[in-house]
Design a protein around this ligand. Structure first.
Ligand code: ADP
Length: 424
């Protein structure tokens, strides 16, 4: 089966075509046939596609909306020009899988999209006003382009974290606010953390129940997850993706009183202050230069830039602190797993994060860390390290494709049920 995996953002679509079925899932032989993205939808869009093992295709073309962008993707995917074996017409795309950011408390597993499911996703717009509307536009565009005959499946960023106990997801605010408005921690990047837990157990040939690890997704957005017996028991993002560790442009944890104080001092509106915390903070705000970790590392090296170093150090400290707190939460862990653009590619940042964690049993092997090939998973801890350290490239698209296949085929798939610690 060929699954078109779509990740629709505010003005972009990323896609992959993934070949999967039950046999391929069991043998771990499913594969990406093509991938690409369109940015700046609504104006002169930047198109960048590539079929596996073939040269990239790039063009700048005006694309009015999501429907036009998806049309462009599909026309390329089925064209002889893309050269994707076994995909020559729209009938060769069997299922569409969507990344959906927020599933609230309602969606604890991936689901085939019906009118009722779409309404449920719309109900979650209040909780994710920046993300769910774009996901819904992607779903509607796919229904227009493919018609109702091609099933669509929603895979939620939040569902893996539905197993968090109340002690992890409740804020210390009046309980009726949770009851009335569902104000709680939801967590995001769930499909990435789930993939890392899955790949860790495959690499180590252990059953799911034995997966007791801390996963770190460090990209533009950053989140950590404490995983016990293969299930998420805590994660660093909260009601929105703003909470947690320092990120590219997001502040992570901040005393909320800062907002009131700043509104008095600078006369800023509430939406402006929230935008500042989401878009002008983190690595960008601290350095005053860029949110891009690679550029910060270059600035530090070439120009000895003090603010670049400061931003990197604050970032690494926030990740280190989170590792420590999750070791306490889990009562010890078997491994720490690095992933995301920074975690997968930067041996220097991995080293800076792990420095000082030796007393907790986390000992990095510098030679292994430096020698790890980009894009490959591997262990980078010293052989005697009590807590192992791994790098695992994430692959959310693979799990979205597998979930989509299973949901449409009526096969059992992972569901994430909440744990009750006690009756309120
Ligand atoms: P997103 O969260 O948007 O998917 P990515 O996972 O691609 O983003 O991560 C982007 C981040 O990864 C950027 O800060 C980028 O600088 C960083 N990054 C990518 N490659 C490297 C590298 N070789 N060294 C340091 N940082 C890197």
């Amino acid at each position: 089966m060929n699954i078109l995996v779509l990740n629709s953002g505010s003005s972009s679509i990323k896609f992959q075509v993934v070949q999967t079925d039950q046999e391929l899932i069991v043998s771990d032989g499913d594969r990406c046939l093509a991938k690409g993205q369109i940015e700046r939808i609504g104006s002169l869009a930047l198109v960048s596609f590539q079929a596996t093992g073939r040269p990239p295709f790039k063009e700048d073309v005006p694309l009015r909306d999501y429907r036009a962008a998806l049309d462009r993707i599909v026309r390329w995917v089925i064209s002889p020009e893309s050269g994707i074996a076994g995909v020559a017409s729209m009938a060769d795309i069997h299922i569409i899988g969507h990344r959906v950011v927020h599933g609230g408390e309602k969606f604890r597993a991936s689901v085939v999209i019906t009118d009722e499911v779409l309404e449920g996703i719309e109900d979650c717009i209040e909780l994710a006003p920046l993300h769910n509307p774009a996901n819904i536009r992607g779903i509607r565009a796919a229904a227009e382009v493919f018609g109702r005959g091609v099933p669509q499946v929603a895979v939620f960023d939040t569902s893996f974290h539905a197993t968090m106990p109340e002690t992890a997801y409740l804020y210390g605010i009046p309980y009726h606010l949770y009851r009335r408005y569902k104000i709680r921690r939801y967590g995001f990047h769930g499909t990435s953390h789930r993939y890392l837990a899955y790949r860790y157990r495959v690499l180590n040939k252990i059953p799911k129940e034995n997966v007791n690890i801390i996963t770190l997704h460090l990209g533009n957005g950053c989140s950590a997850c404490a995983i016990k017996h293969g299930q998420s028991v805590n994660t660093s993002m909260g009601f929105t993706p703003l909470e947690g560790m320092v990120m590219g442009t997001r502040s992570g944890d901040v005393d909320v009183s800062v907002i009131e104080y700043l509104s008095h001092k600078e006369g800023s509106s509430l939406p402006d202050l929230i935008t500042m915390l989401n878009k002008q903070s983190g690595l960008l705000g601290l350095s005053g230069l860029t949110s891009d970790m690679r550029e910060l590392l270059e600035e530090e090296k070439e120009n000895d830039d003090r603010r670049a170093t400061l931003a990197i150090d604050v970032f690494c400290a926030s990740v280190r602190r989170r590792i420590g707190s999750y070791l306490a939460e889990l009562g010890g862990a078997d491994a720490v797993v690095f992933s995301g653009g920074i975690g997968e590619n930067s041996s220097a940042i991995r080293q800076r994060i792990c420095a000082g964690l030796e007393a907790l049993g986390i000992v990095l092997d510098e030679a292994r860390n430096a020698a790890l090939k980009k894009g490959r998973p591997g262990e980078i801890s010293e052989s005697g390290s009590r807590v192992k350290i791994f790098v695992i490239p994430t692959n959310e698209e693979l799990l979205i494709a597998r979930d989509a296949f299973r949901a449409v085929s009526g096969l059992p798939q992972p569901t994430f049920s909440p744990r009750k610690t006690r009756k309120p």
